[in-house]
Design a protein around this ligand. Sequence first.
Ligand SMILES: [Zn+2]
Length: 602
Amino acid sequence: MGKRLIQLAAAVLAVSLAIPSAGAATTNRDGDIMIRVGLASSSSHVPTGELEAAHLENNNSAGYGFGYRFGYYDKGLNFVELARTNDKTIQAAVLKTQNLYYGHVASLDKNTYSSSITSNILVGCYHVRVPGGFDSFEEASEEASRYNDGFVAWIDGDYQVRAGSYATQEEAEEAAADIPDGEVAWTSSYGMNVVKTGTSQILFQYDCGESGRLAIQPDVTGVRETRTWFLNYKYRGGFQFHRRSGGNITVANVLPLEDYVNGVVCYEMGRSWPLEALKAQALCARTYVLRNLNKHDSYGFDICGTASCQAYHGMGTQRSDYGPSEVSMRAVAETAGMVIKYNGRLAETPYSSSFGGASEDAKYIWGTNTETEYPYLRGVEDPYEAGADSINARSSWTVSYTAAQLTKQLQSKGLGTGTSVDRLVLTYSDKGNVIQIVVHWANGQSNTVKASDIRNRFGVDSIRFTVNGSGTGGTPEPEPPATGSDLYINGSQVSGGLDGAYVITSSGSVSKLDGNPYIITGSGSVSPLETFKDQDSGHGTAAPQPGSGTVTVSGSSYTFNGAGWGHQVGMSQFGAYAMANRGFSGEEIIDFYFPGVKITQY
Ligand SMILES: [Zn+2]
């Protein structure tokens, strides 16, 4: 397992339970639940994108359709066609209707349309309107073809034919004088042009005021499975464009639920992880999006494609080792339509990379009501996750500060101005996680840091740690194996480990163990023997196993020894990996991390 995979798998999801439950899902005429996903152009929380120009490219070389249809989505998220390219153009850009020039934009390091440059390729905001009304795109487009730079526009629910694009009203007036009954026209601040990329040729203009959202559906045949490139990723489905408050353009990918889930599972977890772990991930991802519909509605989409909602990158990039894999798509297909419910309602299904031994009661992290409303978000001791330690870069970690460095760290987070750290008072839960730290300062003041702020304030990856060996007063854990070759059976170390051990096969031949032996379990899953060796010790090989209670720590240095990465609530992704390797099903993994929930059709 390479480092890259670990990084991908370790995407951390932060979930706020304060988001109100969304309304019913939108089902289109084909019976598909449709999802609008905000496409990220950066790592910012909501990918406002807010582009002056959004470039699309579809590529029919693999038989994935060609050309574009232009229109809008109705309330049922059915695509309503208003226009189409007649030349099977595969590169198109959606521009806000202002004076934009095409050329190299240094700040974006690429060729695009921008108001911040000039060039001789201008898409201007003034046009000449050709007289007449038109009942269909065909009629309008025939008329448009009679003019130089003529194009079809959809303005507040009617077809118009317009021609040319000019930077100033004067230039447009001059041009209008050449066309009988021609008059100068422009759009509102919600208008958008679709142009042929790299040119000033307008393919279609759309302006329906504030509520207007332009849609582009690839493939003029309307029957093919499509792949469309946008900002270096390729996507299934269609696109919706919106000028929020008359500003730049936000972009949503609009596609069926199961296609969306396929574009999440392989990025939130390793694309080649065990099937049953990926199934657990698919169940969480599907449940999450259905619970969070309309979360970012003011931007024109349900949820965003960043890890702050769920990482979503569609069908991946050019690279063949990135994006949905055969096994990740199988996991989605085998759980199609299935969700996680509690008391008949969609459950909250947070997950993060790893917990280092025990998840935590969400009431300590987010103040969630886990007494009655969310009892399935109480912490669980996790005897499985350690089985994935060999591929988990954060299975144990150390962060060391001198007292002065810790003071500086905390001050950089706005605490303790003009003084220095005197001591820390840590409160451990009965699961052994740190749920509160009170920082006492030399000037006698103090700050209480809540569980949800600990990782950020102290610069650590999880809330499962000791400081200078603090908090180890709980039930002593079995000593973890000192090296990879130590072998434990029923909690006792077998001296010498596996080195030099012999195996007898079922046919009676005897040979010395070497390399990395594998084990087949009764249920048929295969794992490295390594995975099983420390299963009785229960926890990460180097992770501290704190007890509960309150501990005071002081001194000239503060060494945080911890395990895991993430918010500590719900499912551990590395735990799911290890459970799947031990033969647990996706449903059993969900049952373990969210005790009491039901898996059912949506
Ligand atoms: Zn989001």
